[in-house]
Design a protein around this ligand. Structure first.
Ligand code: C2E
Ligand code: CA
Ligand code: CA
Length: 743
């Protein structure tokens, strides 16, 4: 109701229905001096006539379906009749003043036909007067004068009402229009849309200010014709827009609705939704009016979403899902006659877990990003690099002249990764293992991937930083490797491991003496001796190396302690460590425990580590090494010279011994360059007050070279091969205190 009251006030204001005006209307219709008393004297008769009137009126109007359908919801005859009866009753009772007028307006407003066309109101009043005239004269056929007087009064009131009703109706429509106009203005403003109108027959285009502003165009750059408008649309979409307009003008499309990119004043295109509909204006000309909405934000979000589902967020590389698509396409290309070679590389970073664990995931992420960028630079346009997941990448090489080109690319990738990179504030060198498989036309997209994965498995198995090609007997090899893994997991329990020992000999002033032994692990599998190069990587991969490594340490300490008691009390014991062991929690603690349990003196223990561990430069490794040093243990840097990182760590880490890799010394006597490098390494070690041990010495020539260079510690077949504890014992005895020349 408050709503109706508000509308009444609005209406009264709109009709300018002041008290004076109403007085005037009443006077004009001679209603002012109407004595309501005259009507009220005949109320029963008149009320009953009204009852009949309402029924007859409905019978009459009911013949017109337009009448019942004209309102929404459709007219309810019963409610309507009651309302009309009430209206008629009021009509008889006056008093005819401002209050009455307000009541009539209100009745008009609440009637469902208030906003409907006036023809129904006029017809109703006409029907009413006709009915009453006939019936009054019939009722009072003997008092026709009374009948006419009453009718005249009803006519005055009816005219008063009818005028009000008609005026209310038009005012109501006007208000509704105003309201919809302001709503329309509000909408346009809020929608932030631009508007355009194309006068079809004159080919004249008009655009709103907002339209221009959205596109960043000055007024003088406003398009004036449809062609100028179309010129702003991106090349790929222009044709479609023109077709759509034609289709709409020809009635084949109910309206225009198209998303496209418009190039305005700014360099970047604007994604817009173009909408429009053609209609005839008052002069009968065709006008295509439309709107322009900026949908850039939504488009960007959509594109980001589409990109996100197909790309890896870290490296920005296409992900596995995109890879499958590309592989399918590549296979289709391969199936065509004359197709050139294609191949898949499966790439896995070596020791990535170690980087993640020791330097943190953030550093790991930095490595992945840089590695991805470097690998990308090794490829040609048309090749694809995908992040498969974790530290695994896949490369799809297309359109190669030779099958062997894939190998070249793989090697280039491995090479580019070797250069040190910065991650987590550290310089480190990353290597990758790669499996390569050709893409065969008759295969499925997963075949090449599986084959490349198998090859990768082989590459990993044969040591890190390897490239392996898929071959049909790889399946057999992989099977073998799996068997190896299974067998190894049982080896410790089955006591299949044995330690061999190789003497480390000090040669000085023509005297040689054994200063230590290096413990080297052997595996007896079904009576066959397996080399550590074959099974240590498998132990490392599976993590078993931690448990096996502790066994080695305990076994070696126990054995060498026996030899101490047997007259070799100064004998040092060298034990190899894998990086996985050093990474294990509280490694130094577990070493201390073994020393305590075996009673082996810490000062006689040497732990050999490799450069790859130091390359990671992790604070944890440094702390562990310091802890070991503080126990009195000496640390040897094994295989020196085969790594790729800087020499900086030589003084940063607690290192006591350098073991020069056999690849240098063994060829040094014949190779000037290697000779220089070996000399430099020996000098470097001595300069840093470290012992330098030359490994892999087999010949007298090599012995002479080392003698000349002042390297006094020697390990190699020249003195002895690694042998079982039982067999090495006599060698130790023999070497002790023997002149070098007699060895
Ligand atoms: P490494 O620590 O560099 O051990 C020296 C390797 O050189 C040994 O191979 C040894 O037999 C070989 N060698 C010694 N003198 C000569 C020589 O004059 N000429 C030639 N050609 N070779 C010589 P091996 O025993 O096959 O061990 C291979 C590698 O396996 C070791 O290299 C070491 O990295 C690893 N390894 C051995 N035992 C263990 C272990 O208990 N734990 C760990 N983590 N690694 C081990
Ligand atoms: Ca070693
Ligand atoms: Ca070595």
């Amino acid at each position: 109701m408050p709503d109706l009251k508000k509308r009444l006030e609005e209406m009264q204001a709109s009709l300018r229905l002041t008290t004076d005006d109403i007085e005037l209307r009443l006077s004009l219709l001679l209603l002012k001096d109407l004595r309501a008393a005259e009507l009220s004297a005949y109320l029963p008769e008149l009320d009953s006539l009204h009852g009949r009137f309402v029924n007859e009126l409905h019978e009459h109007l009911g013949q017109f379906p337009q009448y019942t359908e004209a309102t929404d919801p459709p007219r309810q005859p019963v409610g309507l009749k009651e309302q009309q009866l009430r209206y008629c009753q009021q009509m008889l009772r006056g008093p005819y003043n401002v209050q009455y007028a307000r009541l009539r307006i209100l009745a008009g407003l609440s009637s469902p036909s208030a906003r409907q066309e006036q023809k129904w109101s006029i017809a109703t009043y006409h029907f009413y007067l006709n009915f009453m005239h006939r019936e009054l004269r019939a009722l009072w056929s003997d008092k026709l004068e009374l009948a006419d007087r009453i009718f005249s009064n009803l006519m005055k009131i009816s005219f008063f009402d009818l005028t009000l009703r008609v005026e209310t109706h038009s005012a109501s429509n006007r208000l509704a229009l105003e309201e919809s106009q302001t709503r329309y203005d509000r909408t346009i403003h809020a929608a932030n849309d631009g508007f355009w109108e194309w006068h079809v027959d004159e080919d004249r285009l008009e655009v709103s200010e907002r339209w221009l502003a959205m596109l960043g165009l000055e007024a003088d750059k406003a398009p004036k014709t449809l062609q100028q408008f179309c010129a702003l649309i991106s090349d790929t979409q222009r044709g479609a827009f023109e077709d759509l307009i034609t289709a709409h003008l020809e009635g084949r499309q109910p309206w225009l609705d198209m998303e496209c990119q418009l190039y305005g004043g700014a360099g970047r295109p604007l994604w817009v939704l173009l909408r429009g509909v053609v209609s005839d204006n008052l002069r009968g000309e065709r006008v295509l009016a439309g709107s322009l909405s900026d949908i850039t934000a939504r488009k960007v979000a959509e594109q980001e979403l589409a990109h996100a589902t197909l790309h890896d967020p870290l490296t920005g590389l296409p992900n596995r899902q995109s890879m499958n698509k590309q592989l399918i396409q590549a296979l289709q290309r391969q199936a065509k006659p004359g197709a050139r070679h294609a191949a898949v590389l499966f790439i896995n970073l070596d020791r990535f877990k170690l980087i993640n664990d020791s330097l943190g995931h953030q550093a790991g992420d930095q490595v992945l990003v840089q590695v991805a960028a470097r690998m990308g630079r090794c490829l040609r346009p048309g090749d694809h690099l995908f992040r498969f997941g974790g530290d695994e990448f896949v490369v799809l090489l297309n359109d190669m002249a030779e099958a062997g080109d894939a190998e070249t690319v793989a090697k280039r990738i491995m090479e580019t990764l070797h250069y040190p990179l910065l991650a987590g504030g550290q310089r480190l060198s990353v290597t990758a293992s790669i499996g390569l498989a050709p893409l065969k036309a008759q295969g499925q997209e997963q075949d090449a991937l599986r084959e490349a994965d198998l090859a990768l498995y082989r590459a990993k198995a044969s040591g890190k930083s390897q490239l392996a090609l898929y071959s049909d007997n790889l399946q057999v090899e992989v099977h073998h490797r799996l068997k190896l893994e299974n067998a190894l997991s049982e080896a410790l329990r089955r006591k299949q491991f044995e330690l061999y020992y190789q003497p480390i000999v000090k040669v000085q002033n023509g005297e040689s003496s054994v200063v230590g032994v290096e413990a080297l692990l052997r595996w007896w599998q079904d009576g066959v001796l397996i080399s550590p190069d074959e099974f240590i990587p498998v132990l490392e991969e599976s993590g078993q190396i931690v448990e096996v490594g502790e066994w080695v340490l305990r076994q070696a300490c126990t054995q060498v302690l026996e030899w101490h008691a047997d007259g070799h009390e100064a004998l040092r014991c060298s034990v190899n460590l894998s990086s996985r062991q050093l990474q294990a929690p509280n490694f130094a603690g577990s070493v201390a425990r073994v020393l305590e349990e075996t009673g082996f003196p810490a000062t006689s223990l040497v732990l050999e580590i490799t450069e790859s561990l130091l390359m990671l430069d992790s604070p944890d490794t440094l702390a562990t090494l310091r802890e070991l040093e503080s126990l009195g243990i000496r640390i040897a840097l094994d295989d020196f010279g085969t790594g790729f990182s800087s020499l900086g760590y030589l003084h940063r880490y607690p290192l006591h011994i350098i073991k020069v890799d056999k690849s240098f010394i063994t060829k040094a006597p014949d190779d000037e360059r290697l000779r220089a490098i070996s000399r430099a390494i020996i000098g470097l070690g001595h300069g840093l007050s470290m012992d330098v041990i030359a490994e892999g010495i087999e010949t007298l020539e090599q012995m002479d070279f080392l003698h000349d260079e002042g390297c006094h510690y020697i390990q190699g077949y020249w003195f002895s091969r690694p042998l079982s504890a039982e067999l090495i014992k006599p060698v130790l005895n023999q070497l002790a205190g023997q002149p070098a020349s007699l060895a």
